[in-house]
Write a protein that binds this ligand. Structure first.
Ligand code: HEM
Length: 404
């Protein structure tokens, strides 16, 4: 019998061995779109799709491509009981669970979050007021999302450094050599977080306040409520889902505005109302989440090749967002692109990112507050990429000299 490994290592499909490669995967995507748009990797035994229309189909057609999968991406953590995680469920169960937790993410919640996010952004910018050199990653892109999510969850924002450590451990690197060690770290971090959250949840059950955890304790749908354990793991899930990705979005935005299109920073500073649209182009051009995996739920040849039930398939979001068939001159960062909102960076269909409005708001507010304070940024001589092997590369340090 053929043995299929449970863990899928994306680096062994791409062949990337440096952070520079992981940060700039676009020429590999281009090559795959033109030569192997539907590709079976014989070593990892996994299908891969690279075209916009195929990625969109895999993400949204849960009858053919299920989120329930025994195989996991090395970089994707399993949090709590797997079958209870939103991202591992299919409808109809998924719709029910999502309906419950979505009660904490209503447009009304968003309205009340807006001023709270602005206050957090201003707080962090005040901390660096006296500095002439600012590390855009360390001084803003890291602390902003982690404190915002702590504040919105309703846990002490002053514990943010601890949150960041836990969050890093949960998404720790996933290359083959380090995988076993990183699973140990994840397990330990998950246990510590659960111990930290449980008393907070119990307290909020008896005395709810204005935050996501309180909303989850009272959320009810068709007579069902979430257990303490479910809230713990959903809370941890939010910390993971909403933290690292938004950090990447904000740091990528600076990279796009300073390096990909250097005219963008002064232009946006003059016209701050253009920032939300610019954020969409950043999401398209440098997507924080580059790929998602599904399981083929029934034999199919929708993409031409014969795919068998039970096989795994990776939808390469970062490639879909650069598909020339869908985006004109896709390889250019273009603030005026009319259809950039059609990027697939938040997924598509039933699993569409629950936190997308929050991430968009956080990035737009953070960038607006920043630009109000600084007229010009002088590019770093040296910036560095993270050494987070096994995942997509991202900025670790991006220091700039600032002019007010
Ligand atoms: C730029 C930032 C973000 C990006 C790029 C992003 C990306 C994604 C993607 C691609 C998915 C779809 C997963 C799939 O199809 O299997 C997703 C789902 C999800 N995201 Fe986000 N996300 C971001 C921020 C956030 C934030 C801030 C939160 C909440 C605080 C959040 C919470 C979630 C949740 C709960 C799901 C699962 C939805 C479901 O399965 O029904 N995300 N995200």
């Amino acid at each position: 019998m053929e043995v299929v490994e449970k863990i899928v290592y994306p680096d062994e499909i791409t062949g990337f061995s440096t952070e520079e490669h992981r940060f700039e995967p676009y020429s590999w995507y281009r090559e795959m779109r033109s030569s192997h748009p539907v590709y079976f990797d014989p070593k990892q035994k996994v299908w891969n799709v690279f075209l916009y229309r195929d990625v969109e189909r895999v993400l949204s057609d849960y009858h053919l491509f299920s989120s329930k999968n025994d195989r996991k991406l090395s970089s994707f953590p399993v949090i709590g009981k797997e079958e209870r995680s939103l991202t591992s469920m299919d409808p109809p169960l998924h719709s029910k669970r999502r309906g419950l937790v979505a009660k904490a993410f209503t447009p009304k919640s968003l309205k009340t979050w807006e001023p709270r996010i602005a206050t957090v952004a201003q707080y962090w910018l005040d901390q660096i007021r006296e500095q002439d050199t600012i590390d855009l990653v360390y001084d803003l892109a890291i602390p902003l999302p982690v404190t915002v999510i702590a504040e919105l969850l309703g846990v002490p924002a002053s514990d943010w450094k601890q949150f960041k450590l836990w969050s890093d451990a949960i998404i720790s690197p996933g290359s083959r050599d380090t995988y076993a060690e990183s699973v140990k770290e994840r397990t330990q971090a998950l246990k510590e977080m659960a111990d930290y959250l449980l008393p907070i949840i119990r307290q909020k059950r008896s005395r709810p306040t204005d935050d996501i955890i309180s909303d989850l304790t009272i959320a009810e749908l068709e007579g069902e409520r979430l257990s303490d354990e479910e809230i713990i793991y959903f809370g941890i899930g939010l910390l993971f889902a909403g933290n690292e990705t938004t950090t990447r979005l904000i740091s990528n935005a600076f990279y796009c505005f300073l390096i990909d299109q250097p005219a963008a920073y002064p232009l946006l500073r003059k016209e701050l109302s253009l920032i939300p649209k610019a954020v969409e182009e950043v999401l398209r051009y440098r997507s924080p989440a580059q790929f998602m995996m599904r399981r083929v739920a029934q034999d199919t040849n929708v993409f031409g090749a014969e795919m068998k039930e039970g096989e795994s398939i990776i939808a390469w979001i970062g490639s879909a967002n650069h598909d020339e068939e869908h985006f004109v001159q896709a390889e250019q960062f273009d603030l005026n692109r009319p259809n950039n909102q059609q990027h697939l960076s938040f997924g598509k269909g039933t699993h569409f990112c629950l936190g997308a409005p929050l991430a968009r708001m956080e990035a737009s507010i953070g960038l607006t507050e920043f630009m109000k304070r600084y007229s010009r940024l002088i590019l770093p001589e040296q910036w560095s990429l993270s050494e987070n092997l096994g995942q997509r590369g991202f900025l670790a340090k991006f220091p700039v000299r600032v002019e007010r």
